[in-house]
Design a protein around this ligand. Structure first.
Ligand SMILES: Nc1nc2c(c(=O)[nH]1)N[C@H]1C(S)=C(S)[C@@H](COP(=O)(O)O)O[C@H]1N2
Ligand SMILES: [Mo]
Length: 401
């Protein structure tokens, strides 16, 4: 597809779809995390996905992609905050600007990045902090994602550290600010700018231009995006155009108000008593999702069922995935696939069993990380007003016939 034709090829009828498929009221679902219908409308470079909005595009991956350790680009979820996303990127004039507290301000082209710096590849999970938000009761504010606001890909690019070394970070600099090419419609709406501390910058933080061996899909940040393995993806700025080094942190809406959880011991609050002191969501907590079988599917009694899914955490790695087919009374170890080269990736798992009794059967899965973190029961999930960091034990109910 020619990039400049992006919106011409997007077969989206204005006003036709505000929310993808059926929106369930709280309590209508039998599962903690809703699974919604796939839209019939496909965006460019994407197959039909679960759609929450067409402008900005908000697309969720269907559950069945979570049977393998890598998520295909054309089913990889999409989240933008601002509706004004350039529909035209000229790859030869595109530049990312590095300024602020640096010895040499610079504007780097894609060619500069690909030729002047060491190219590295890293497999990592990209997960929105609000993934599975629909599981919070009472409803938490934000997009009511099911479990598919995440994916895992092989990212190729250059180390941000190397790029900054090239520009020369000045003594006393503490913060990095990142901005992309998307804009708000209303001039007073806060720009989507994210910041991170220079001290949190390690070798894994990349400016990536490839995803699973291809150019980044347009909607996933073509031509360049930030990758910060182990952290939620709110700071993984797409279509990145500006990197500014500063001494002080800016007072920005998307840092001060969004992507924060209560800064108390339980990291929890109640709708009528919100906690004032908050902290950034940052590290991904341990999680796992069943990709197969699909909910409400029918299987024959005594058939060989291979439950498949993926597990991941902030990068300590997955120690165990445990499966229950008796509503949590007993748990069995799933077989972990050999896995990708590093712990930031999805770890695929399998568990084989033969159901003997006919009727409804619930399959549950929980992951335990190498750092000893374990997914909580759904009833033990702590509420926060932004609906962040949900990681309740996943479940799928099927029917044995
Ligand atoms: N430029 C830009 N980058 C962005 C965002 C955005 O709105 N604009 N949203 C962030 C958030 S909150 C998420 S969850 C991820 C989503 O990445 P994806 O669309 O590739 O799945 O992008 C991040 N980077
Ligand atoms: Mo997000």
């Amino acid at each position: 597809m020619e990039r400049r034709d992006f919106f011409k090829k997007a077969v989206v009828t204005a006003g036709s779809v505000a929310l993808g498929g059926s929106v369930l009221e709280a309590g209508e679902t039998t599962h903690p995390v809703d699974d919604r219908q796939i839209t019939s409308i496909a965006f460019p470079e994407k197959r039909p996905m679960i759609m929450y909005s067409d402008r900005p595009p908000l697309l969720e991956s269907p559950r069945e992609v979570f049977t393998s350790a890598l998520t295909p680009n054309d089913l990889f979820f999409v989240r933008w905050h601002m509706p004004m996303i350039p529909s035209h990127i000229n790859t030869s004039s595109f530049r990312v600007k590095i300024d602020g507290e640096v010895e040499k301000e610079m504007e780097l082209s894609l060619k500069d990045l690909k030729t002047k710096f060491k190219q590295v590849e890293l497999t990592a999970v990209l997960q929105c902090g609000g993934n599975s938000r629909s599981a919070f009761h009472p409803t938490a504010s934000g997009i009511q994602w099911g479990a598919g606001a995440m994916g895992c890909a092989v990212w190729k690019g250059v180390r941000l550290k190397d790029v900054l070394a090239h520009a020369g970070v000045k003594e006393g600099a503490v913060w990095l600010g990142f901005n992309g090419k998307d804009r708000a419609v209303y001039s007073k709406t806060a720009n989507f700018i994210r910041e991170m501390r220079l001290e949190d910058l390690d070798d894994n933080v990349l400016l990536a231009y490839e995803m699973n061996g291809e150019d980044l899909p347009y909607l996933n940040g073509f031509p360049l995006r930030l990758i910060i393995p182990g952290t939620y993806s709110d700071s993984w700025i797409k279509m990145i155009s500006n990197i500014t080094v500063t001494k002080e942190q800016n007072k920005l809406f998307f840092m001060e108000k969004a992507y924060r959880i209560p800064d108390n011991e339980c990291e929890c609050e109640t709708p009528d008593k919100l906690v004032e002191k908050t902290k950034p969501i940052e590290k991904i907590n341990v999680n796992s999702i069943i990709g197969y079988p699909q909910r409400d599917s029918k299987v024959r009694a005594n058939a060989h069922i291979v439950v498949r899914g993926v597990a991941f955490d902030e990068g300590s790695g997955i120690k165990k995935v445990r499966i229950s087919i008796d509503n949590g009374a007993t748990w069995h170890d799933a077989l972990l696939d050999k896995g990708e080269a590093n712990n930031f990736a999805f770890r695929a798992f399998r568990y084989t069993f033969n159901p003997t009794k006919t009727g409804k059967l619930t399959i549950m899965c929980k992951a335990i990380s190498n750092r000893g973190e374990e997914q909580p029961l759904v009833k033990d999930i702590k509420w926060n007003h932004g609906g962040y960091r949900y990681n309740g034990i996943d479940e799928v109910t099927i029917e044995v016939v």
